[in-house]
Design a protein around this ligand. Structure first.
Ligand code: GMT
Length: 384
């Protein structure tokens, strides 16, 4: 297909939606498209230079009157400017709030000069399941997603949830899952450095932004139960509001010397290659990108049967899913994998193969290209 000029807006900070948006932009640029990231900071997974990739910083400015500087307006103005200056074909925003609203404003401002510009929104999770349902944001989220020229969600669960909570059962929402680069999430590529440091103990791992929804205290609780039966360590990657709680829980349960908090790391694939089990006991998870990255690296996943996780983890095969908060059951499942080498090996091989079969970069990026073409052909609902 001919190269498109695409504006991508996402949260540039540590998190799944920013990671997906950035890796999508990089993959699209490899396929000949021109990508313009429009956001307030260089996205965390974006290298400093790549051909056909540009970064446009949104400057909110400061004025003493503003207790809350209006980022959504500054973003709309920057989108408007970049569309005109670089003749973009479309704006693809990740995470509805406030990106879909800013893109709608930019499109309104372009009504005379670029009436053909399209706005596509990818829903990632808490923009629908938590923040979008807050009374302060519900109406504007519903309005903005309905005004998008195309909508995608990262799982069937999130599509159904969007249609139900926003009462738009007829909204057309494409399900385009998150993806992995199989050459990056490949166990055989990395030296098992971490493993050498733990003297043969099993390595349990958790990676997240440590928000309440991740239930990081449960991660520590599961590990403490496992540690009673299996010589092991827990490696916690990431940072966020609940990190202090998790550290306290480790002290309370007496496992603080075996729990390592590494903070935010950019490249997680080499670390995952040293892991034996990944823990994700979230309250809600629209997809669970970190779980997919673990599976692709051959790491079985134990977590909660919540949201879109059952679409990613094959319960009983590539991992085990239990009721939210059932720390005992998750610990038993974890011990089951860690104490049965044949079972672990079968799950590990199947996890890597299944992730490649269903969530490989090439096939998912092709789905996004089809999504773009569909919108540009005007065949998606043009409810403006
Ligand atoms: O919704 C969030 O908490 C933020 C977002 C992020 O930027 O990390 O996470 C969501 O998007 C990811 C990428 O699509 C999904 O893998 C996560 O499951 C989803 N988080 C939740 O639904 C809690």
């Amino acid at each position: 297909m001919a190269g498109l000029k695409i504006g991508i807006t996402c949260y540039p900070t540590y998190g799944g939606s920013g990671a997906v948006a950035t890796e999508l932009g990089i993959a699209l640029a490899h396929r000949g498209h021109e990508i313009h990231f429009i956001t307030y900071q260089q996205p965390f997974r974006l290298p400093s230079f790549l051909p056909r990739i540009y970064f446009h910083e949104v400057d909110v400015g400061r004025y003493p009157l503003f207790e809350y500087p209006p980022y959504d307006l500054a973003l709309a103005v920057r989108m408007h400017e970049v569309v005109l200056a670089h003749r973009l074909d479309l704006l693809h925003v990740h995470y509805a709030i406030p990106h879909a609203t800013s893109a709608w404003m930019a499109r309104e401002m372009l009504a005379q000069t670029r009436p053909d510009i399209k706005v596509l929104t990818t829903l990632h999770g808490t923009d629908i399941t938590i923040v979008g349902q807050d009374p302060s944001f519900h109406a504007i989220t519903k309005f903005s997603i309905e005004k998008s020229n195309g909508l995608s969600a990262v799982s069937k669960y999130l599509r159904d949830e969007t249609q139900s909570v926003f009462g738009c059962s007829s909204c057309r929402i494409e399900v385009i899952p998150n993806f992995i680069d199989p050459t990056v999430y490949d166990r055989s590529r990395y030296e098992p450095q971490l493993r050498e440091q733990v003297n043969g103990d099993k390595v349990l791992m958790h990676i997240s932004n440590f928000r309440a929804v991740k239930r990081v205290r449960d991660v520590v609780g599961i590990y403490a139960r496992v540690a009673r039966e299996v010589p092991s360590v827990l490696v916690m990657v990431g940072d966020g509001p609940e990190r202090v709680d998790a550290e306290q829980e480790a002290r309370r349960l007496g496992v603080q010397d075996r729990v390592f908090f590494l903070g935010k790391l950019e490249a997680v694939a080499p670390l995952l290659a040293s892991a034996d089990l990944f823990l994700i006991p979230s309250q809600s998870e629209s997809f669970g990108l970190s779980a997919l990255e673990a599976l692709a690296t051959g790491v079985p996943v134990v977590g909660s049967r919540a949201g879109g996780l059952p679409e990613v983890v094959r319960d009983g095969e590539t991992g085990a899913l239990c009721a939210v908060g059932d720390v005992e059951a998750m610990a038993r499942s974890a011990i089951g994998f860690l104490t049965d080498a044949d079972r672990w090996r079968t799950a590990s091989v199947m996890a890597a193969a299944d992730a490649r079969k269903r969530f490989s970069l090439d096939q998912v990026v092709a789905q996004y290209e089809a999504f773009y073409l569909d919108a540009l052909d005007g065949s998606l609902s043009d409810d403006q």
